[in-house]
Design a protein around this ligand. Structure first.
Ligand SMILES: [Zn+2]
Length: 166
């Protein structure tokens, strides 16, 4: 993920004020910037991060923001499950919605979005439903079980593959 800030109304967005490249163990706390959509004060993600050459962060210790982001992803996957169950949605409409949800998750973390998309693309809705419900449960377990320490999307992706194969 890039450095992210979280508007209380509009959720996470990529920071324009904070950018780190090729840095180890960057401590971030107490930073704020304004939401690009509404101007509200948005808290910049906190914790300790390594940043690679492209400015992407690996969380070393970032429990609060990561748990928040995880809950956001969990809500997206729950929406996918609800859509799979919604008989009033045509298969075509469902596929478009599923793509949009995978893209939204991909906007937070490209690899996780691609991983989820590859699990649901072209699959029957009952299979997508089973996958989504399993993933919601898994994300809830991870979110509830982590009180600190290492929690990254890479870990979430790894857990997804452990449970669902690839
Ligand atoms: Zn906002």
């Amino acid at each position: 993920m890039p450095v992210a800030a979280t508007c209380p109304v509009h959720g996470p967005f990529a920071s324009r004020a904070y950018h780190h490249v090729s840095s180890i163990d960057v401590q971030m706390s107490g930073n704020v910037e304004s939401c690009p959509r509404c101007g509200r004060v948005a808290q910049v993600m906190e914790g300790a991060f390594n940043f690679d050459r492209t400015g992407f962060a690996e969380a070393l210790v970032a429990p609060a923001w990561s748990r928040y982001a995880l809950r956001e992803v969990q809500a997206d996957v729950q929406q996918l499950a609800n859509a799979a169950e919604d008989r009033s949605l045509s298969d075509d409409d469902f596929e478009r919605l599923a793509d949009a949800i995978a893209n939204r998750i991909g906007a937070r973390d490209r690899r996780l979005g691609e991983s989820i998309a590859s699990q649901i693309r072209g699959k029957p809705r009952n299979i997508v439903l089973a996958f989504a419900l399993g993933l919601v449960t898994l994300l809830g377990m991870i979110s509830d079980g982590v009180s600190g320490g290492r929690l990254t999307y890479a870990f979430v992706e790894w857990a997804v593959h452990q449970v669902f194969g690839s």
